[in-house]
Write a protein that binds this ligand. Structure first.
Ligand code: URA
Length: 247
């Protein structure tokens, strides 16, 4: 099995286990009528969403900047929590910061980022209209592929960002982002070009996800065909949102 295959298998197993246990935890909670807490237990106080405790992007970013959940935390110059509009309709998700992102603490600011900026502009949008984040918030040394343990440690930050933003569409940039968010081992060729669903969690509606090629892949394979495919993917996103679709 390839290294990619191994990574996906481990991450998939973890996500499936998480979903399984989360399902039980939440079911168990709501099964207990609020007015009849177990005598020996503290009643469950539902805090999510209250003004004092509501999760928000700044809170998540601050946690990311302090994070030492995996070894990448001690190797980074800067964590890269992600940036953009807190109510963005479109959320772009890449793989992990590279050298430029690590140096600046901002996502997609290197060559791949410049291409992403062009794609966003071609859509008639500005960078500030969307949210841009990554599966990993810290740079893997030498830009190697994310390891399963790193994805498992880091993914909850992205899941919380998605819960805060509630985008209408997630654009997964490249195979790592698409496979992780869709919990699948399919290839990017199989996943791109049509909408899939990101399962946002119990009680939350699924979010449409369009996978497309990573801008770094596009730079390495800058052919009319790959460009056309990315543009076709983005036109589907614009049409789905009811935004003007440039020719
Ligand atoms: N590639 C990514 O996947 N993310 C970045 O932030 C930059 C390059």
């Amino acid at each position: 099995m390839t290294e990619h295959g191994d990574t996906n298998k481990v991450v998939r197993q973890h996500l499936e286990m998480e979903a399984f246990f989360t399902g039980f935890a939440i079911k168990g909670r709501s099964d207990v009528p609020a007015e009849q807490p177990h005598a020996s237990e503290e009643p469950v106080v539902e805090t999510a969403g209250t003004p004092e405790t509501a999760d928000n992007l700044e809170v998540i970013a601050a946690e990311v900047r302090q994070c030492r959940r995996c070894d990448l935390g001690s190797e980074r110059a800067n964590a890269v929590p992600g940036e953009g509009h807190s109510n963005a309709r479109i959320m772009f998700v890449g793989e992990a910061p590279g050298a430029d992102e690590d140096a600046q603490g901002r996502p997609f600011v290197g060559r791949a980022g410049q291409l992403l900026d062009k794609i966003i502009a071609a859509c008639g949008l500005k960078r500030g209209d969307v949210f841009i984040g990554n599966i990993l918030k810290c740079r893997p040394p030498g830009n190697r592929d994310p390891r399963p343990d790193e994805i498992i440690s880091c993914l909850p930050y992205l899941q919380r960002q998605i819960e805060c933003i509630e985008p209408e569409i997630i654009v997964a940039l490249g195979a790592h982002a698409a496979r992780t968010l869709l919990n699948t081992s399919k290839s990017i060729g199989q996943l791109r070009g049509h909408f899939e669903e990101y399962i946002a969690g119990i009680g939350r509606p699924p979010i449409k996800l369009m996978a497309t090629y990573h801008p770094a892949y596009l730079l390495r394979n800058y052919t009319p065909d790959t460009r056309r495919r990315v543009w076709e993917d983005m036109k589907k996103v614009l049409a789905e949102l009811g935004l003007p679709v440039p020719d």
